[in-house]
Ligand binder design. Sequence first.
Ligand code: ARG
Length: 561
Amino acid sequence: MSVEKFEKQCIQALQALSIDVGTSLEIPADRSHGDFAFACFRLAKQEKSSPHTQALRLASSLVLPPSIHAHALGPYLNFQIEKKTLFETILGSILTTAYGSLPPKTRGTWIIEYSSPNVAKPLNIYHLRPTVLGAALDRIGRLRGYDVISLNHLGDWGKQYGLLTVGFQIYPMPENPTIHDLVALYVQVNQDAVTDPTIQERARQAFCDLEAGDPQITALWQKCVTLSCASFEAMYARLGVHFDYIWGESFYTPMIPSLVELLKAKSLLKESDGAWVVPVTDTTGKELPPCMIQKSDGATIYATRDLAAALYRYERFHFDRMTYIVGAEQKLHFIQIFDVLKQLELPFAKHCEHIPFGLYRFQDSKMSTRRGNFITLEEVLEAAQQRVYEILQSRQEARDDDAEVAEMVAIGAVIFHDLAVDPIKDIDFALERAIDFEGETGPYLQYAHTRCLGILKKAQFVPTFDPSYASYLGTDEEHALIRHLGLYPRTLERTLTTAKASILAHYLLDVTHAFHVFYKHCHVLTDNKELSYARLLLVEATRKVLAQGLSLLGIPLPHRM
Ligand code: ARG
């Protein structure tokens, strides 16, 4: 039996009394009140009585399996599962099943578009947010039965790439240019354009040639895309991120004529100063700035390519949900896109969502003064790796794999620091805080995991689950830890529906706190062999949940710290 089964049984018992429960119960904030709770406010209103009276009535009339007890407390009906059954079920699920997972490809197709940087610039620290959030949802989605398709929508099209190819023509590039050469070139040619008006005109022409498929310009542009992709790939590899498809905006440009035809056929295009736009309203019907489709010079824009992309993706994948993880500053853009799709009467329009995220702010003055706001992801990772390496070396005798461990801890620290914050909020980044081994950080969680490994290794533990061991466990600390472990599948589900990895991040902190309390109060290795074995099973169950939860967030698991 799985953990979710208990909640279902409670819900079914309520439904048997014709009570509208919804699909889930609450988890009492004070866990001594019970495992699940049903709030009786709405029911009381319907019945014109008090919530407590209703809770009492339900408690005495519900028919529940013998292992579940219901009692009224204030306005709540609380459900308590008998410890032994609870322990057996939770530990058994964790230790003998693919805990937290659902059968693959049973829940529809989910496109997650994330990272999506613009080419010709290295990844900025700001790109960490959509990259690691997207990757976390991608992994969790697959584990929970979705057929996930991950897309990286590179910004590789537009007038700025015309300007860059002009730069290539003016300045000879080194034999093997790096992404930083590209940035320098772009800055230079932009500066030149200020004093030399012909450059802008050449850039415009170059982009027209690019759109027309001119082989020479295309080759220059291709060089710049290839170079950028190599630099992105190096960072993605370091972060453990993979995409099913990396399709730049350029990929969708051939699909634009048919999109324009469709917009025309539906009479949605309106002329505005020589340009073509689609008027847009928000969900309340309020008029918003129109969605530009084609500029007066015939050029298409970012939004046009996004519309073509949405159509193509639906045609190809028939997705059930499409999530765009893109900065909050593009909120209006996505409202416009989704509204145009709706006006096109495309049924998938309502399954598209934009998950916005906030900014990075640097408290660390050393970093914030460097080249204004442009802080590369690479320099943040380097600084973190260096700092962790120093810490490791200062704490113990140097070991051969210190650099390797430092890299895993640093990546874990930077990723966790990002994911622990609700995506919509800004992040105040301070390196020392992110890597603090004692704070609420990635390293703290990684450390808890290595600690479990250490305990199991010392005991030379080979876990074989036998439900009878559950009867040896019963202290409050054990109970609290097991209950936390039991919330794992539910936490994954909530993380997916809200698209907030911070939910899983905070859950893992809770598990770790509960584990530390347990470890402090309950000796694992005692003279009582059965008790020790039962506690080792609990340590192994904790390790499994931490290992999987951290891996889902993209946090590496060092074998020691
Ligand atoms: N490349 C864009 C930028 O850096 C983000 C792309 C987001 N995705 C999309 N389908 N518009 O601002």
